[in-house]
Every structure is written in structure tokens, then in C-alpha cells.
Write a protein that binds this ligand. Structure first.
Ligand SMILES: Cc1ncc(COP(=O)(O)O)c(C=O)c1O
Length: 393
């Protein structure tokens, strides 16, 4: 079967990262990869911190954090007044959940594409408060209109205190029509948290255009920031009500300082995040997005072909810049989280390929990413080695 050509590689881009050249790194989506420029920026900040810790923490750090926050909010198209830096999407979601004041009889609504760690957080908050977690089933092939309809039918106004919806899902690499979903929920007075863990750097939609009550996105995935960098955006009516997980000295300063100041901690990842964006901008944001999405699509076809999956059975993520694509695994493989993790380790050990293996709806999937440091040969090598590996169950 003929596979469309891959995009033109971005020459030299791999040299911007410290990745082991002996490994195919096809899973940027899980933990990202930090360009050397941003690593160095963070190291310089750590050197400064260690040269005089008292001066670093007490003279100007709050202003430097605010400056970084404004810069990142500008990149995301978010209202800088409504943005707060946080460490990751999981933390941002937990902050929102515990600020809701849930009570017995309330419910938190999600889809069955939601991120596992966030679902744990929802369930714990529900156990603590007597609220319930209800999950809407959304078929992988549902159109955007169908997704919106499923959400519309699933809302229970007066009872649904929060809808959590992912902008780009993790296990299923599916773009959700979040702006339309926020619109429908808003008609029924239901606040929405958009889990946009993968959006910054990959997806062009501005946070403002989505209009959610809460939005959280990681800069440490597709935004090339050092790990521990995320932005939580909160709509004006909620800003005075949102509480940090850990109360510290900025508690009386209101939003966002009370969320950001998390006691003695290493704030250097946040401060060096602009160096990650600098790398992305130097390569050309649009060029990187088109390249990564094109390469992921190419990889999906090459690996899908090797596993005998017809192109029509390869899920379409639903957007031109989505740089993660699924390939269904043969039935019976990776049907549980443990099974998926075991297969992922075997691929790393035997094929020198880091690839996400996900489990959803009782079946296993490969999730292939495209990034500037990847080349078509990496997907081709995986396609050659994978059928033999999968045959040795
Ligand atoms: C949709 C989604 N939400 C949340 C997360 C968690 O991100 P983090 O570990 O940075 O909190 C991920 C990570 O991949 C994700 O895909």
C-alpha cells in the first residue's frame, strides 16, 4: 500500500536536544524533551540560586515569576490577569477540584477519554466530599457534533458542578471540540475545566477563544520548557475562590500569587520556560507544528501498514497540527494498563524505541508522536521490528 511522503526534516534540529542517538524517541507526548538551550538557562538560574540563596529567594523572585507568567500567557493567548503558573496539569486539575466546595449530591462529569491521574484526583475529591464522578462514553469515531451532543445530553444542571474535558486526549490522541463544549455547558450553567496538557506549543487555538472557566496546559511537553512548568487559566468570577493545594506566605496576596508561591521550592523551571519557547520560535512555530503532525501521520501509516491495519481503520485525531496518532494493536494485546506498560518496556529494550502504549475501550493502541528531532527512518525501523516482537507474546 502506498504511504504518502513524510515531511521534509528540519535539518539539525536533533542537535538542539540531548537525546540518546541510539534510541528512537517517538513519545514526546509523555514527558517531553528539553532543548539544550533551556537546560542551560535553567542551570544558570540554579547557579545563581546556589551562589546566594537568600538573595535569589528574597530579592525579585516574585517579580521574575510574574514576568514569566505574563510571557507564557501571551504565547497561549490567555488573559494575563487570569493566568497562574503551576507545576503540571495534574496539579492544576487538583487545585480546581478542591476549590469547588463539592458536597454530597454534586457530581463531576468527565468523558471516558479523560486522563487517568486526573480521574484518580476526581474520585478522591468525590470520596472526601460525598460527590460522585460520572463518566460519559464517547465513541472514538464520534464526530465533533456527536461529541457535543453527548455532552449536552449528559449534563445535569444543578447537579453537575464541573465538567472536565480534554482538549487533546492522552490515551486516544483525539482532539475534542472544547470551545463548543464550553458553550453548551455554559448554556446550562455548568463550569468547565479544559485539561489541555498537550496544547501549548502543539495546538494553535488561543485559550481566550475557548472561553473555559478553567484551563490548564503543560509547557513542558510541546512547549519545550523544563519539567514542572504549566499554566492554569481561571475565569474572572473564580479567581477569588480558587485555593492553592499548599497554603504559604502569599496567601493574602490573592490570585495568582497565592497559587504560585508554594513555599521553598525550585522555581527555575518556570523562569527558564521562555528559553524553551525561544527554541520553538526560532525553528518557526507553524513550521514545527506542520512538520510534527505530518511526521506522526506518516509514522501512523508506516506502522499501521506493517501491522496490516487498513488506512480507514487508523484513527484521525481531528486537527491539522495534532502530532500524536494511534495505531490499533492486534486484539488481545495491551488490554490492561499493566499489559500496556510491559509492551512499552519490551519495545524500548528490544527495538530501542520509546513509544507510548495505551489501553482504551478494552484494546491496546500505539501512540506515535512526531517531533523535530525525529526522522522517517525511526518509524520505518519500528515497522520492521514490531511484527516479530508482537508475535512473541
Ligand atoms: C490529557 C492529559 N492530562 C494530564 C496529563 C498529566 O500531565 P502532567 O503529568 O504533566 O501533570 C497528561 C499527560 O500526558 C495528559 O495527557
Amino acid at each position: 500500500m502506498s504511504v504518502p511522503p513524510p515531511p521534509e526534516p528540519i535539518a539539525g534540529a536533533r542537535l538542539l536536544f540531548s537525546l540518546d542517538p541510539a534510541v528512537s524517541h517517538l513519545n514526546h507526548g509523555s514527558f517531553g524533551a528539553v532543548p539544550i538551550v533551556a537546560q542551560r538557562a535553567q542551570q544558570r538560574l540554579r547557579d545563581e540560586m546556589e551562589a546566594d540563596p537568600l538573595r535569589f529567594f528574597t530579592q525579585g523572585l516574585v517579580d521574575r515569576i510574574a514576568h514569566t507568567r505574563r510571557h507564557l500567557a501571551g504565547f497561549l493567548g490567555a488573559d494575563p490577569e487570569g493566568a497562574a503558573l503551576t507545576t503540571n496539569a495534574t496539579t492544576g486539575a487538583a487545585v480546581v477540584l478542591q476549590s469547588l466546595g463539592l458536597r454530597s449530591g454534586d457530581e463531576v462529569l468527565t468523558t471516558d477519554h479523560g486522563y487517568g491521574a486526573v480521574a484518580y484526583s476526581i474520585r478522591r475529591e468525590c470520596r472526601r466530599t460525598g460527590a460522585t464522578h460520572r463518566v460519559l462514553r464517547v465513541p472514538l469515531t464520534a464526530t465533533d457534533d456527536e461529541v457535543v451532543q453527548i455532552v449536552r445530553d449528559g449534563l445535569r444542571p444543578g447537579r453537575t458542578r464541573l465538567l472536565v474535558v480534554d482538549q487533546l486526549t492522552s490515551a486516544t490522541a483525539r482532539l475534542f471540540p472544547v470551545a463548543a463544549i464550553v458553550g453548551v455547558a455554559g448554556e446550562h450553567g455548568v463550569p468547565v475545566l479544559v485539561d489541555a496538557a498537550h496544547a501549548p506549543g502543539m495546538l494553535p487555538a488561543s485559550v481566550r477563544s475557548i472561553g473555559a472557566d478553567f484551563w490548564v496546559g503543560n509547557l513542558h511537553k510541546w512547549g519545550y520548557a523544563p519539567r514542572g512548568t504549566a499554566v492554569l487559566v481561571v475565569s474572572a468570577p473564580w479567581r477569588d475562590r480558587i485555593e492553592p493545594l499548599v497554603v504559604s506566605w502569599e496567601q493574602d496576596s490573592g490570585f495568582p500569587a497565592r497559587l504560585e508561591w508554594q513555599a521553598t521550592s525550585d522555581y527555575t523551571a518556570w523562569l527558564s520556560a521562555p528559553a524553551g519557547l525561544y527554541t520553538l520560535r526560532s525553528l518557526g512555530v507553524d513550521r514545527v507544528r506542520a512538520h510534527n503532525a505530518g511526521l506522526a501521520a506518516y509514522g501512523q501509516r508506516v506502522v499501521g501498514d506493517a501491522l496490516g491495519v487498513p488506512p480507514a481503520d487508523l484513527p484521525d485525531p481531528g486537527g491539522p497540527t495534532v502530532a500524536m496518532r494511534l495505531v490499533p494493536l492486534p486484539a488481545g494485546l495491551a488490554t490492561t494498563l499493566d499489559g500496556a506498560r510491559a509492551l512499552q518496556s519490551r519495545m524500548a529494550e528490544r527495538l530501542a524505541a520509546q513509544v507510548a502504549v495505551t489501553t482504551w475501550d478494552g484494546r491496546g493502541w500505539l501512540r506515535l508522536c512526531g517531533q523535530v528531532y525525529n526522522v522517517p527512518e525511526e518509524y520505518q525501523r519500528l515497522a520492521v521490528g514490531l511484527p516479530g516482537l508482537l508475535a512473541q507474546r
